[in-house]
Design a protein around this ligand. Sequence first.
Ligand code: ADP
Ligand code: ASP
Ligand code: MG
Length: 476
Amino acid sequence: MRLTMKFGGTSVGTGPRIAAVAGLVREAALQGHQVAVVVSAMSGVTDALIRAARTAAEGDPTTYRSIRDDLLMRHWQVVREVANPQEAGALNEEIRAVLDNLENLCRAIHVLGEVTPRAMDLISSLGERFTASLTAAALRAQGQPAEALLATELILTDATYGGANPDMAATRERTRGRLLPLLEHGVIPVVTGFMGATADGHVSTLGRGGSDYSGSLIGAAVDSDEVWIWTDVDGILTADPRVVPDAQTLPSVSFSEAADLAYYGAKVLHPKSILPAVERGIPIRIKNTFNPSHPGTVVISHSEANGRTVKAITAIKGLSLVTVEGKGMLGVPGVAAKVFGAVADAGVNVLMISQSSSEQSICFTVLAESSARVVASLERAFELELARRNIDRIVAQDGVGIVSVVGAGMKAVPGIAGKVFGALGRAGINVISIAQGSSEHTMSMVLAEADLVRAVQGIHAEFELGRPVAEALAAS
Ligand code: ADP
Ligand code: ASP
Ligand code: MG
């Protein structure tokens, strides 16, 4: 089989973890599989790099220097732990050169007093350079030929820094040209996750958590039989195990269920990572590097019944609910188009929409950090209507989040909403707004942020999702 394996930040978080990752890859290669590898930065490194640039821009001349020193020590330690002694000197120099570059960039940012999105992408993606080199070195130290590669050579993107969009056709061509000869000669390519490059050759990033996307882009480009996302939990669970300790692993979910789960906050998989796999029908497997014998979760084209209507509960915080309200909106065609046109002009993504005509309002949720921009754009678009009082108010309510209930088995099953609201009511939780798409796979509710954890726990318990999945299947 041809496999693409992506390893997340915790999985490559220390020298021993990188050695363990190399062991997993080598084992698959020894079983006769062709393996391409994509790696994230070590856990915490991307955050530290972003902090270095931000503090420099804010006029702080010391934090970036101490971050540089910490990163040097942390990565040099890994060199000692995983690399062949003959390679150690060159690796140490490579790491020092990248970090000297970081320091120079931060010094310039400090002088300028600002950091552009393009400079931020260059800086925030440096951590992946280290882990690609270190993981390839760990493989070689274990006797497995491997080569570290920068995704700037492979993934061509537009210039939307901070969340760049790949050109699929060009990415496929470049990736095949570079990776297939390596795979065919038994050399493991180890590619930096998270980054790409624009046509002008500037480094771009795919958005936070975007190494999953890199994994599926590379996996699709080389026609992998499967893409394996290795992380720190046993697959996709019925809820975030940090919120619900008795959450259970789902053996399988469909592409569309996974897309909804990821979109509505299941951090285990980046939402954009589904599409490249769907397009080529490539299964995505989510596995735990800390528990590699566990089968994990497979994401496939169809939904398999698991004895339950509801499969999982997710939550996403840090949102704002924007409401456009006014008597003059009732029955007037084109208002919704104008509202979402204004939101698009502000370059903002909408997470959930709901409209209630009796209240003559449209409300939708956006990330809290973009709510001021959205309101300003709406006020511009509806200037006349506001002056004529056809629209009474445009307001943003911060401090909200969304809880979503996901499962293809919910379709056409009565009583799901009753159970969800029953659970929320008993927990004394007020529901601010509700939406369910016509696919009936997902029902989402806007709640106060402070209620999110209790809502997830209450709904999880209501549907008895803490019972082992096999038990639920037997009982169904
Ligand atoms: P990585 O660094 O490997 O990319 P992430 O931290 O991005 O890992 O994603 C894994 C984390 O996602 C888990 O540790 C878990 O806390 C969180 N998570 C949220 N929702 C879910 C879910 N439904 N199933 C599994 N993990 C989840
Ligand atoms: N290192 C990047 C981040 O922290 C990408 C990733 O880990 O997926 O966002
Ligand atoms: Mg992640």
